[in-house]
Write a protein that binds this ligand. Structure first.
Ligand code: ATP
Length: 562
């Protein structure tokens, strides 16, 4: 398929903010793609070249893009920098410069989508000497054959900033429209969503959907590819929790760590994914060992919480302290010794070749009890009681909090495992929260001794596909990195994501998720959400969260009222 067809589709999507219109545009595009052999092109619609569970990065900085534009179009880097300042987007810069070049040369070769995918995939493969040069040539090769519109979107794709407003839900609905135009929409939508939650791969889902509903239904779990985790609703007290999940229910400690899906494949390989679908196998060698030695099964997908602990005092540590292990690429062993984790297993969805998604929770628990050889501080089962008695449940709750856990998870014994859904068959219970997970969308440079640092940050909640500001946070950051979340760390992270700057203020691509505590919420015309957090302060950085996990406007409205 010609890349120009995709570029035109991007353009239309960018120009039409309405979700319904976007679905229509995408459905038309997918109907064309249905006729192509290579349906992997669907990744490009997501601004990607790999399935969602594959978190390989293209590793291309804005500086490198500037060089690639310069090499392919022949403009000086200074000219590119000036134009970037003016237009605020390197994609637009590339478009503009290719336009001027074409007026001069009139030479443009045809660019295929397959070639774009091939070159971008190669970008993620290089390491070591000569990497920059090789990456530069691959991008420049694409830009040399690109039309202005194509150049714009190639640059944006390489920078992972496509800006066409297509999320998972929009793509799902477009697949439904193009593959099942005559079927009942809601039912087909559930089917496509379930297939995606099991595989986290829209190419695979689309390919199956093209062959009909039956193929989609038959999609199986495959250990070794990421699955979306099941999420839980929140209740305020034990009584309401019983009302929601029924009696008797399983009560488990809610551990304060991060979610780990531990897989063992047919080839006996262990693979670990976070709830963001990032693969973190290399970062947790000790967990690989526990999975090999302490889980007695040929193949599995196990759901668990990894919790950090202090080797000397044998006390659990807050999530924030161990979160750095998720991203660490060097000296992994040293960090492992300093910040070890204990695996608390609470579910299993695949065991010895069998999909257990539809098995009742009590059966799944039986299986983990059977196959896990517990070893304290290595791998254990989540602590659990089964009861119908409110008093017993209250006691268990108190004990969990006393022992320093976050609260309880309360689960229906008969329920299925629903990947990706926030279902009512399980709920969480924890003391009244006075914080939200929000995303950073802007920032301002400090003055005096903090002049080079970004010191105050605009934070936003989510409303459909938009991010709406709800406050500006400047307290809670530390001077030194050892003390917690520091100015230095936040500045480094935020600077890499600047999309526009005006005076001391910068706009930030919404990627950094933070937990922000506050005293109360007020209605306020100052921010686009219509609400303002009073006395907001940073609590922690949530490296395990993505922007779709943050608080919604609806949740904020509810807390403001109640
Ligand atoms: P929170 O911010 O309260 O941790 P969340 O957004 O992570 O919530 P929820 O589904 O609301 O996700 O809460 C469940 C989370 O609690 C799980 O994602 C998991 O990481 C963690 N957890 C800890 N212990 C358990 C347990 N025993 N069973 C299930 N989840 C557990």
């Amino acid at each position: 398929m010609r890349y120009l067809i995709i570029a035109n589709c991007y353009k239309e999507l960018e120009e039409n903010p309405s979700r319904l219109k976007k679905i229509e545009i995408l459905s038309d595009f997918l109907s064309k793609l249905r006729r192509e052999n290579n349906k992997e092109i669907i990744y490009l619609v997501q601004g990607r070249v790999f399935p969602d569970y594959n978190t390989k990065e293209l590793g291309v900085s804005s500086q490198l893009i500037k060089k690639a534009i310069s090499k392919s179009i022949g403009a000086s880097e200074e000219k590119i920098t000036n134009l970037w300042k003016k237009l605020g987007d390197l994609g637009l810069v590339a478009e503009e410069l290719v336009k001027t070049k074409q007026q001069r040369t009139l030479s443009s070769k045809q660019l295929d989508a397959e070639k774009v995918i091939e070159n971008l995939r190669k970008l993620s493969e290089f390491v070591g000497k000569g990497t920059v040069e090789k990456k530069l040539s691959l991008i420049a090769e694409l830009l040399t054959s690109a039309s202005p519109l194509e150049a714009k979107y190639i640059v944006r794709t390489v920078l992972s900033d496509l800006r066409i407003g297509v999320g998972e839900g929009t793509l799902r609905d477009a697949i439904v429209n193009s593959c099942f135009p005559d079927k009942e929409k809601k039912q087909s939508s559930v089917l496509v969503q379930e297939a995606y939650d099991k595989t986290t791969d829209f190419f695979y889902v689309f390919k199956k959907a093209c062959s009909g509903e039956k193929s989609l239904k038959n999609i199986e779990l495959v250990p070794g590819t990421a699955v979306k985790v099941m999420l839980f609703l929140k209740e305020e007290n034990i009584k309401d929790a019983f009302k929601r999940v029924g009696k008797p229910a399983a009560f488990e400690y809610k551990y304060d760590g991060f979610r780990m899906m531990i897989n063992k494949t047919e080839d006996k390989e262990i693979k670990i994914f976070t709830r963001r679908l990032e693969e973190v196998t290399a970062q947790f060698p000790e967990v690989v060992e526990y999975a090999k030695n302490n889980i007695n099964a040929k193949t599995f997908i196990i759901d668990s919480e990894a919790v950090g602990f202090d080797l000397k005092t044998k006390k659990y540590r807050p999530f924030q302290e161990i979160s750095q292990r998720i991203k660490r690429k060097y000296n992994i062993e040293g960090l492992q010794k300093k910040l070890p984790v204990e695996i608390n297993v609470f579910d299993v969805i695949y065991y010895n070749g069998k999909n257990l998604l539809n098995a009742p929770f009590k059966k799944r628990r039986e299986i983990i009890e059977k196959i896990i050889s517990e070893e304290k501080w290595k791998i254990v089962l989540s602590k659990q009681i089964i009861t119908s008695d409110e008093k017993k449940a209250e006691k268990f709750y108190e004990k969990a909090l006393e022992e320093g856990h976050e609260g309880l998870m309360i689960k229906n014994l008969e329920s299925e495992y629903k990947p990706g859904s926030r279902v009512g068959s399980g709920v969480k219970l924890k003391p009244e929260a006075d914080d939200f997970d929000l995303v950073v969308t802007g920032a301002e440079y400090g003055t005096g001794k903090r002049a080079g640092w970004l010191t105050s940050f605009d934070v936003s909640c989510r409303h459909q596909n938009k991010f709406l500001e709800i406050g500006r946070v400047s307290t809670g950051l530390k001077e030194k990195e050892e003390q917690g979340l520091s100015y230095k760390e936040m500045t480094k992270k935020a600077k890499a994501l600047i999309t526009k700057s005006k005076g001391k203020h910068v706009e930030i691509k919404p990627e950094i998720v933070v937990t922000v505590a506050y005293q109360n919420i007020q209605k306020s015309p100052t921010y686009s959400s219509g609400f303002a957090l009073r006395f907001p302060r940073f609590k922690k950085l949530r490296q395990d969260r993505i922007k779709s996990d943050i608080a919604t406007l609806e949740e904020i409205r509810k807390r403001n009222v109640g």
